[in-house]
Design a protein around this ligand. Structure first.
Ligand SMILES: Nc1ncnc2c1ncn2[C@@H]1O[C@H](COP(=O)(O)OP(=O)(O)OP(=O)(O)O)[C@@H](O)[C@H]1O
Ligand SMILES: [Mg+2]
Length: 399
């Protein structure tokens, strides 16, 4: 067969067993896995290997190169985007042909598209969360200098993440990463999003036989509104009196409520020295995740990590009552004595509410917290676990 140019990153399969001499629409391969996916112009298929599941998208050469480059740049910036694994170029095919190239990404587990989200009974209650997560994704990308150019409902994937819904950028063909974006570029991106989202909602209404009037056509505008509020909060500079330090806390809480973290605080004396200038640096949404991995080696998503770190602090506080505590040692002991045994118990449960054990762990932590508040005292893990299972393993209230 003619030879494709395959650029594949280490730690992944070489993908040479796939029939690259033909367009993907004609492929029949034992590794192919049929999984739900969003609407797309291009052919997207999923393949299972020992290393994991991969998404392969076929598209013209220039678009494929652009997408691969952008996804690599976003990965370096730790943006919430799918992880690129390989670029396939088929030089014997005319470069403008749909099948002249392909981009391979890591399949995003436990994710679902907006269609599935909207078709669930609870969407009404989850609408606000979805809008927050969507707006947060855009703010984060813009802070990193990423102009998307095609932000839409099917170009993001949603994932339950402890009490929130997280979104991941999945389609980067039109995107560009720059040192910073101008206000005009951000405005353009938001306008494209509003039009795309309205189109997506109209499609959903049509597909389910509803009138266009019933479609939630203002969804994009609602996302834009949240985007502007979040952007303003995150990038605002504030001047404080020395006696007003408590306001720093309020500021952090406001940003946390909008789904972001504050990594650093700089208190810079202003001219005259009587007032302080507060400058917020925002770390993005990976702070707890990194901290948890660094301390314990446990991989979790951001919201899960926030809950799990709280569990670690809770455990540490218990140790401290008995004497001085070394942080590193406490983290290892927590993992061996608390986390791993509980994960095993969760995996042994005959009827599991979720297949994601870390999510189940955070559901349990939430239950234990609520139970302790109700009881007015700490509840031990064993008693809380039995009660949680007896109560049907309730998860986070998503409303
Ligand atoms: N890495 C991945 N993990 C999980 N699902 C994926 C992945 N990549 C793609 N998908 C699924 O395939 C769908 C189409 O992918 P994508 O949006 O990249 O294709 P596209 O043809 O470029 O779309 P568009 O029509 O917006 O240009 C997505 O909505 C998503 O459901
Ligand atoms: Mg797409």
């Amino acid at each position: 067969m003619p030879t494709p140019h395959l650029t594949v990153r280490s730690g992944h399969p070489d993908f040479l067993d796939l029939p690259w001499d033909r367009p993907m629409t004609g492929w029949e391969h034992r590794r192919r896995i049929d999984l739900p996916k969003g609407i797309s112009r291009h052919e997207v298929q999923f393949y299972g290997y020992a290393q994991g599941i991969y998404a392969i998208k076929e598209l013209p050469l220039a678009a494929a190169r652009q997408e691969y480059t952008v996804l690599r740049a976003l990965e370096d910036l730790e943006a919430p985007s799918v992880v690129p694994v390989g670029l396939v170029e088929r030089p014997w095919v005319d470069a403008s042909e749909e099948w002249s190239a392909a981009v391979i990404t890591v399949y995003l587990n436990h994710a679902f598209s907006y269609r599935e989200l909207l078709s669930g009974a609870g969407f009404g209650a989850r609408r606000n969360q979805m809008l927050d997560a969507f707006a947060g994704l855009l703010v984060e990308l813009h802070l990193l200098g990423c102009y998307w150019g095609d932000c839409s409902l099917s170009n993001v994937l949603y994932r339950y993440d402890a009490e929130a819904i997280q979104v991941t950028m999945v389609d980067g063909e039109t995107a560009e990463v720059r040192p910073a974006l101008s206000d005009g570029q951000r405005r353009d991106d938001i306008e494209i999003m509003i039009v795309n989202v309205a189109g997506g909602m109209a499609d959903i209404a049509a597909a389910s036989g509803r009138d266009i009037d019933e479609a939630d056509l203002a969804l994009g505008e609602a996302i834009a509104e949240r985007y502007h509020a979040l952007w303003a909060e995150v990038t605002r500079l504030e001047v404080l009196h020395p006696s007003e330090r408590y306001r720093i806390q309020g500021r952090i809480a406001a940003i946390n409520q909008l789904g972001f973290e504050v990594g650093d605080l700089d208190l810079v004396p202003e001219e005259g020295g009587s007032r302080l200038r507060l400058h917020l640096a925002v770390t993005g949404r990976t702070y707890h995740r990194h901290r948890l991995r660094e301390l314990t080696g446990v991989d979790a998503s951001e919201h899960q990590a926030r809950q799990i770190l709280a569990d670690l602090h809770y455990y540490e506080a218990g140790l401290r009552e008995r004497g001085p505590v070394d942080k590193t040692l406490a983290a290892i002991r927590w993992r061996v004595e608390v986390f791993e045994p509980l994960l095993r118990r969760l995996q042994e449960l005959p009827h599991r509410r979720t297949e994601d054990p870390v999510q189940a762990y955070t559901d349990f932590l939430h239950y234990r917290f609520v139970a302790a508040v109700e009881a007015g005292r700490d509840i031990g893990n064993d008693a809380a676990f039995d009660a949680w299972v007896a109560a049907g393993q309730p998860g986070y209230p998503l409303a």
